[in-house]
Design a protein around this ligand. Structure first.
Ligand code: GLN
Length: 614
């Protein structure tokens, strides 16, 4: 039976078959190819980086690609996950709170993703249970197979229809052998069978250990864990061996033999200095060709597109390697022990540093250790400061002390979300005479709640829940620093994740004392960007948004560009290194614009105003 007929027969619940594979309308079997990336041995192998790099290489070759991450955990989304344990919560333009890997995909593919690109077991099971309540399973007992696996397959095919991608990249969360992922693995196994040969490519990432006591690479954990995939019915077509050093031939031979994979499809994927060099590494190893061979799409490569995109990307890498002027940016936060909780900020600083020729070093300062007494010593040697997003009370006094110090000592400052609210509190306390000014998040009984929850605005915005989430427009004040940084844009789009905001009642008083609110929501009095005049402070800018989420290698976020530029000046960089103020990137931009979900074509989404970002 052809796969088309097979699929048609499976898509209806009937007495004729035990199986059930709901099919979205418009789905054409065989049209979309799928690359599935599994992890074995352990988590943390960089599946997201691998998968996004491979997707980028195919995108460069002219294929339309769309990634999806399947998470085994039961949370509905990543919104309630502690960044200390799971890394940052990445927010998409449509408001989806998801895993930090989605940030990797957006940066690598220069694409805005949607909630369709991220699925958790929680959402899959909720959908199945909801359908059961509606009686949609027609009296059948609802089972992991076929109903839950059917839901997984439905989501993959839905993405194929809506994204119109040539190739979908599926990243399996967790590792082979995890109980919680077993049904996800089963779903893709079934789907590969249904779609027929040549439409699925299974890639297993594995890990080669090198115990220091032995001083040699060992493949046994890889062998045994690849067997777990085999036991689940998955026979990988390609194996990528992660390791700290290049994986030697002997070890690759063993992996090939025990996993039943030809030697020329077992690759070494060892550590390198930047995630952005991985696409080149994959090309060099020939993984892209192996994937295209297996999917039968080699003849569809657009070499001109590849050449152009590759040149642009390599120019970025060259600049990254040449960016040598050292500056130190202090990140004042709570989760400073786990860098993953600030992943996008680290990337955004790297993007800006690369474009401006600075090597950005980070100094992590735990805000709990900061006080009036310690701030000078703790902030010594820092050329710029970021107070990033945060929640709750811990370390708040330290953050306020820090903002006062950088404001008074003219140290470049970028406040992000909580960092903007802290700046408003500090300004109100010390320049407006509102001694007890605070946020109701910090002090619910504050006599001057300059930052507060404003439910009526939430109602106006018509948002569910009580978080303001996702992309919103920001109107920039003409001639302001914020606007000039964004290429004199009047309107930009930024991503938000906050519950509290500046109470408009205090805006006049704050402005009279010299603070400028240079970015506001178009229709509501929501303060979204603030700054101090450059005559007062070289760079004091804060935003209620999360500018780090929309920074891309080829399109650095302007507020980060401003911070790095100001920090270079502060560090007395030689004049020839300093770009005109406000600095804009002059790297040739990628020709292709990959923003399928951005309907506001007039708005600069990632913000730098370049064509590739619109
Ligand atoms: N806690 C603040 C709020 O909820 C800031 C949030 C954030 O920094 N993401 O508004």
């Amino acid at each position: 039976m052809s796969s088309e007929k097979l699929l048609a027969s499976l898509s209806q619940i009937s007495d004729e078959t035990e199986f059930f594979t709901p099919m979205p309308s418009g789905y054409k079997p065989g049209k979309t190819k799928y690359v599935i990336v599994f992890g074995t041995v352990m988590s943390g192998l960089g599946k997201g980086i691998f998968s996004s790099s491979l997707a980028k290489v195919l995108q460069d070759k002219g294929f339309t690609v769309s990634p999806i991450k399947l998470e085994g955990y039961l949370n509905h989304d990543s919104g309630t996950l502690n960044p200390y344990r799971h890394g940052e919560v990445f927010v998409l333009d449509d408001g989806m709170e998801c895993d930090m890997d989605l940030g990797t995909y957006e940066r690598m593919l220069n694409t805005d993703l949607t909630r369709q690109n991220f699925v958790t077991s929680g959402r899959i099971l909720s959908a199945v249970l909801e359908r059961e309540r509606k009686g949609a399973y027609l009296g059948r007992d609802v089972q992991m197979i076929p109903h839950v696996t059917g839901e997984v397959k439905l989501r993959l095919r839905n993405l194929a229809v809506t994204s119109e991608a040539d190739v979908i990249f599926v990243e399996m969360g967790g590792t082979a052998g995890d109980v919680e992922n077993a049904y996800l693995i089963e779903a893709v196994r079934e789907m590969a069978h249904e779609e027929g040969a040549g439409n699925f490519c299974f890639v297993a990432l594995t890990y080669i250990v090198e115990p220091p006591t032995l001083g040699e690479q060992k493949s046994k954990p890889a062998q045994l864990n690849l067997r777990l995939l085999n036991a689940a019915g998955i026979h990988p077509h390609i194996i990528a061996c992660r390791a700290s050093q290049p994986v030697n031939k002997k070890v690759r031979e063993k992996v090939a033999l025990f996993a039943n994979v030809p030697m020329d499809r077992v690759f070494s994927m060892h550590d390198c200095d930047s995630t952005y060099v991985i696409p080149e590494m994959l090309r060099g190893a020939g993984i892209d060709t192996a994937v295209m061979d297996l999917l039968g799409v080699v003849d569809r490569v657009d070499s001109r597109s590849e050449e152009r995109e590759r040149a642009t990307w390599n120019e970025y890498i060259k600049r990254f390697r040449n960016a040598k002027f050292p500056i130190t940016i202090g990140i004042i936060g709570k989760y400073t022990t786990v860098r993953d909780s600030y992943a996008s900020i680290i990337h955004a600083l790297e993007h800006a540093g690369t474009h401006l020729g600075a090597k950005v070093q980070l100094k992590w300062v735990d805000s709990s250790d900061l006080s009036e007494a310690t701030k000078k010593a703790k902030l010594e040697g820092i050329h710029g400061v970021i107070v990033p997003g945060g929640f709750g009370l811990r370390g708040v006094d330290g953050k306020i002390a820090c903002v006062k110090y950088v404001r008074e000592n003219k140290i470049p400052y970028l406040g992000i979300c909580y960092g903007m609210q802290i700046a408003v509190i500090e300004y109100a306390r010390h320049l407006c005479g509102l001694e007890h000014a605070s946020s109701t998040e910090i002090d619910p009984d504050s006599s001057h709640p300059v930052v507060d929850i404003l439910p009526e605005q939430k109602k106006i915005e018509g948002l569910g829940g009580n978080m303001r989430l996702g992309g919103f427009d920001v109107v920039l004040k003409e001639g302001s620093l914020a606007s000039r940084l964004c290429d004199s844009a009047e309107l930009i789009r930024m991503r938000f994740r906050h519950r509290y905001e500046v109470d408009p009642v205090y805006v006049e008083q704050l402005e009279a004392a010299g603070l400028i609110f240079s970015g506001k929501a178009p229709d509501h009095p929501i303060m979204q960007v603030l700054e101090l005049p450059e005559t007062v402070h070289p760079y004091f800018l804060a935003t209620q948004a999360h500018p780090e989420l929309t920074s891309r290698p080829l399109c650095p976020q302007p507020f980060f560009m401003g911070l790095v530029n100001a920090a270079m000046r502060f560090a007395n960089a030689p004049a020839e290194l300093i770009k005109p103020w406000p600095a804009m990137p002059d790297i040739p931009h990628s020709q292709s614009s990959h923003s399928p979900n951005n309907d506001s074509s007039h708005i600069s989404e990632a913000g730098c105003g370049a064509d590739s970002c619109r």
